[in-house]
Design a binder for this molecule. Structure first.
Ligand SMILES: [Zn+2]
Length: 297
């Protein structure tokens, strides 16, 4: 389980959301068996997407963040609901970059970061809207910072960290993970900007805070130090996939009929479809595929 804490300065000028997501990173490690760079990248992406996702207002809304940077890890994607529950994936999670801990090389910089806001109202004609911008550093946190600055026009600092170790057999150990973003809300004053810069400098890097064992609440309040902050809310979230048999069948229904027919012919009730996010396996029966062939027009 991860924990998100949101806090605000007394005057309402600065907002901070912080997350502690070590358990999520451990779960990512279990599902994907990624390289060290892959695990750091996916852990940071999960934390960042979860923090932004928890700004969503309504049930059924989804926030998707995608990095297509042509790095060794291929495309990376994370999807969050309004509570910050996330699912993440990478094309090649176990790829090892030339510099084995380089997230920028894993993600790549030759491409775009896309943020897709789905209101969950497609049936009412409200389609998801997408913001795309060139990947800035591929380190993920700086890319989130750039996204807020350019797309939302809100001065924001985002910092995300995954702290790893290795046991004697070379197995990765997740020591700590989390992050925060800090926003100056309009009207932005020089005073507020100064507080933000001072507090960031004073607290040190997010990995240092996490390594010290600072909780999400402690991090959020440290970022608002001197501004008489209060905690707005604290809530749990985690790595959660929303796949089910119906969604798998919906996905199959988008395939060309010829491909489905081929599946039904080869099939001996053992067509296996794996969820792209949680790796759960679904075994489909010949009847189900034949029924789908009749249903789709
Ligand atoms: Zn799944």
């Amino acid at each position: 389980m991860a924990v998100t804490v949101r806090a605000m300065s007394e005057d309402g000028g600065i907002f901070c959301a912080a997350i502690e997501n070590k358990d999520v990173v451990e779960y990512i490690k279990k599902i994907w068996k990624p390289s060290a760079a892959g695990l750091i990248a996916l852990g940071r992406l999960a934390a960042g997407t979860s923090l932004v996702g928890s700004l969503l207002k309504n049930d059924g809304e989804r926030l998707t963040v995608r990095f297509s940077g042509k790095g060794v890890g291929g495309n990376l994607m994370a999807v969050s609901d309004q509570y910050g529950n996330v699912k993440v994936r990478a094309d090649n999670p176990s790829a090892v970059p030339e510099h084995p801990l380089s997230v920028a090389e894993f993600v790549g910089k030759d491409g775009e970061m896309s943020v897709i806001h789905d209101l969950g109202l497609a049936r009412r004609g409200e389609l998801p809207y997408t913001t795309s911008l060139p990947i800035f550093t591929g380190e993920i946190a700086q890319d989130f910072t750039q996204y807020f600055g350019i797309s939302e026009q809100i001065p924001t600092v985002c910092s995300l960290g995954v702290l790893l170790d290795e046991d004697k057999d070379g197995e990765l150990i997740v020591k700590a993970a989390g992050g925060f973003f800090l926003q100056c809300l309009p009207p932005v004053t020089q005073d507020h900007l100064n507080y933000v810069m001072t507090n960031i400098k004073k607290s040190g890097r997010v990995t240092e805070m996490l390594a010290r064992g600072d909780s999400a609440e402690k991090i959020a309040l440290a970022m608002l130090d001197g501004l008489n902050p209060s905690v707005l809310d604290t809530f749990p979230n985690g790595l959660r996939c929303d796949c089910d048999r119906n969604k798998v069948l919906d996905m199959l229904a988008t395939l060309p009929k010829a491909e489905l027919r081929k599946m039904a012919e080869q099939d001996n009730d053992k067509t296996e479809i794996k969820c792209d996010f949680c790796q759960k396996k679904y075994i489909l029966k010949k009847d189900e595929i034949n029924r789908l062939l009749i249903e789709i027009k």
